[in-house]
Design a protein around this ligand. Structure first.
Ligand code: AMP
Length: 197
């Protein structure tokens, strides 16, 4: 392995502001449609080409691994953040630029959040949803103004967007919440939307 794992000493920001750091939340599974893996690979490549640093959960499974391997293969920089307990379960993408080991899931999320300038959400399951919703609710509470974009591969997130409308209609979500995220159809437009905001 060519990287040296860092043991977590701080949950604050460790990255230099030399290039934008984009956190990708995505599934640890490949999903049922080959378009999801293809989108992850395209996003990984686009991040490298746009000189954005990727930060993600370090795992080598599913869309997570596909995104990271593609960024690395195209010469990009990747920071992986993983709790020790998940290392054997999710595996580790090889040759990460930086690996940060945490003791807990909460620390993992905190390190990814603190070091990200923006977030892109690829298709994924409950873990992905948890991360995206937490980031949006923190925005709602005024804790940050970092942009988040759903990469809506083949309409994967349509049902969540309809659920958000339902929340608003039923008086459980302020319409302003819908201003805390954008929706993109392609990896390049997702990066553009993140960086423009
Ligand atoms: P999933 O979308 O369920 O495949 O999970 C994607 C990533 O989210 C994986 O790296 C999981 O380890 C992580 N994850 C799973 N559950 C949670 C959770 N409750 N909070 C934050 N991340 C999670």
């Amino acid at each position: 392995m060519s990287y040296r794992p860092l043991k977590l000493l701080t949950t604050g920001r460790i990255t230099m502001n030399t290039k934008p750091t984009i956190c990708v939340y995505c599934g640890s599974s490949p999903g049922a449609n080959a378009a999801y893996i293809a989108a992850a690979e395209a996003l990984g490549k686009a991040l490298a080409q746009r000189e954005c640093r990727l930060i993600y959960g370090a795992g080598d499974l599913g869309l997570m691994g596909a995104t990271a391997r593609s960024t690395l293969a195209h010469g990009g920089e990747v920071i992986g953040v993983i709790p020790d307990v998940l290392m054997n379960i999710e595996g580790l993408t090889q040759n990460l630029t930086t690996l940060i080991r945490t003791e807990t899931m909460h620390e993992r999320k905190k390190v990814m959040f603190a070091n990200a300038d923006a977030f892109i959400v690829l298709p994924g399951g409950p873990g992905t949803l948890d991360e995206a919703i937490e980031t949006l609710t923190w925005h709602q509470l005024g804790m940050h103004k970092k942009p988040l974009t759903f990469l809506n591969v083949e309409g994967y997130w349509d049902k969540l967007l309809v659920l958000f409308d339902h929340f608003v209609d039923q008086g459980f979500m302020k319409p302003a919440f819908k201003g805390y995220y954008t929706v993109a159809d392609t990896p390049l437009s997702a990066i553009d939307k993140c960086l423009m905001k």
